[in-house]
Design a protein around this ligand. Structure first.
Ligand SMILES: C[S@@+](CC[C@H](N)C(=O)[O-])C[C@H]1O[C@@H](n2cnc3c(N)ncnc32)[C@H](O)[C@@H]1O
Length: 266
């Protein structure tokens, strides 16, 4: 699959903020309960963005771990580095492109994760293979990504508003199939866990902010639905009309995040 994708700092921060304000469940606590990190582990978070998971690991282990975050996006990495400096955590944030060989020796980490990022990999077996290679024997991989039922309302509204099919998303179209089967073929054992978080909106505004931060031209995933700024605004106003009608009919908008957590052992 050709991946046309570029995350932006503002869009990622907006979506993370809406998840925490309008969802009743906390995905970081769910992850931390599942992965059972141990003090003094050596951890690599791949596609770390602004460092959300790294900071969560650091807090969970009270700083007793050697944590590295890697990402291809310099702007997001700089944000992670700034926060790291102000919190004085001593974590390390480095440039890492998961489509290239990782700059780490084989068998050097106890735990590696890739949250909401791995499905942007161009060559699935290569990236999973690199994550497997850098783990020690018995080490663990944890990934998160959207399951096919994820955000049904969001896709229904966009489809109704534009009258066009939803372009295949690198995540929901591949994560539970291509990625899961590759992880199963490379790792000794894999557990599949599901996290559901209904985001409940009593007005259309937060839903529209979420939609803007997902569809925005900068992220390049939705090019089939509009072109240019004008086209984007036209689509957004069609989406607003449909969202308002749904809200009037149902009294609220409920968009459920359905996330798969794959925990694999080497
Ligand atoms: C949706 S964000 C998730 C970031 C972070 N894990 C979080 O949950 O907040 C996806 C991340 O994947 C990163 N990414 C995309 N392609 C990448 C690549 N080839 N190598 C490393 N990171 C990549 C993006 O830069 C972005 O930070």
């Amino acid at each position: 699959m050709k991946i046309e994708y570029q995350e932006t700092t503002n869009d990622l921060a907006t979506r993370i903020d809406i998840h925490s304000k309008f969802g009743s469940r906390n995905i970081d606590s769910w992850m931390i309960d599942l992965i059972k990190l141990q003090p003094h582990m050596k951890i690599l978070d791949v596609g770390c963005g602004a460092g959300k998971q790294c900071f969560s690991y650091h807090t969970a282990l009270k700083g007793q771990a050697e944590i590295t975050g890697g990402d291809v996006n310099k702007e997001l990495l700089n944000q992670a580095k700034q926060q790291n400096e102000s919190r004085k955590t001593g974590m390390c944030f480095v440039e890492l492109d998961f489509n290239q060989k990782f700059n780490f020796p084989s068998g050097s980490f106890d735990f590696t994760s890739c949250c909401f990022a791995i499905y942007y990999a161009l060559d699935v077996p290569f990236t999973i293979g690199e994550m497997h290679r850098i783990l020690k024997p018995g080490g663990q991989l944890f990934t998160t990504g959207p399951m096919p039922e994820n955000k049904k309302l969001f896709y229904e509204i966009i489809k109704e508003a534009t009258g066009k099919p939803i372009p295949p998303m690198p995540g929901s179209s591949r994560y539970s199939t291509e990625f899961l089967s590759t992880i199963k073929s490379v790792f000794k054992s894999v557990e599949v866990h599901i996290f559901e978080n209904p985001l409940v909106f009593d007005t259309v505004d937060p839903f529209l902010s979420y939609t803007r931060a997902s569809l925005s031209e900068d992220r390049k995933l939705w090019g089939d639905l509009f072109s240019g700024k004008e086209g984007f605004e036209k689509v957004m106003s069609q989406i607003e009309q449909v969202a308002k009608k749904r809200l009037e009919k149902d009294g609220r908008l409920v968009m459920t995040k359905v996330v798969g957590g794959f925990l694999a052992s080497k």
